[in-house]
Design a protein around this ligand. Sequence first.
Ligand code: ZN
Length: 256
Amino acid sequence: MSSQASLSAQDCARKIQSSRHLVVLSGAGISTAAGVPDFRGPQGLYVTRAYDPETVFDIGYFDHDPSPFYKFSRDFLGLLGDLQPTFTHLFLARLEAAGQEVWVVTQNIDGLHQRAGSKHVLPVHGDYETAACRRCHQAFTGAELRQKLAEKPEAVPLCPACGGVIKPDVVFFGENVKHLAEADRLARRSDLMLVLGSSLQVYPAAALPGSAGGEVVVVNRGHSAIQSRAGTFIVDAGLDEYFQEVAAALDPSTQG
Ligand SMILES: [Zn+2]
């Protein structure tokens, strides 16, 4: 007997409809249907391509030798170029476009929320949309970084001003997560938090549902490590299937 209730798509739609401050916390599970491998899952990039996260995402190692990270990044960005946001990414962007306040706090570095059209996105583990020189801190756009990678397919991108190594603003081990104070403030202010595709095992983002000001709905395939408390609903379902039902309940005219 669990104190955590499941939630029908119709009831979830009602909660979304009555929410004024909706916060979404998304993890790898929202992007797997798009073809982004879960870094840690059985099909994860670490496993399938034999990347060693200890060297790829360690800032100390990067400053010693950035080439493993750039080997990973070329593959990852090449993969991303061909991918489309999932139904769930698009559903969240459409809610926002329809006038609902929706803040997305994401643990993902794939940029798919932004590509789907979401405007209020806090990537707590950073992403490839901005970059900076490790030596002189000159800033670069993601497009400038991608251009440098394309121009010299084997090389590590270097700062034209000082020759230092350019690093995208992806959060490495040994670096602080981003936007955490803002994410925590939004969580406290929220009247509904949707936790989508996160197993809630990576801190400090995993602590956000504990700050939620209202109800929390977790939709995830498989185990989720959320603390049991009143107002928490756990849905063990595929995200796109579930939110197709939620979308249909929100707008019955799209049904049939
Ligand atoms: Zn520089």
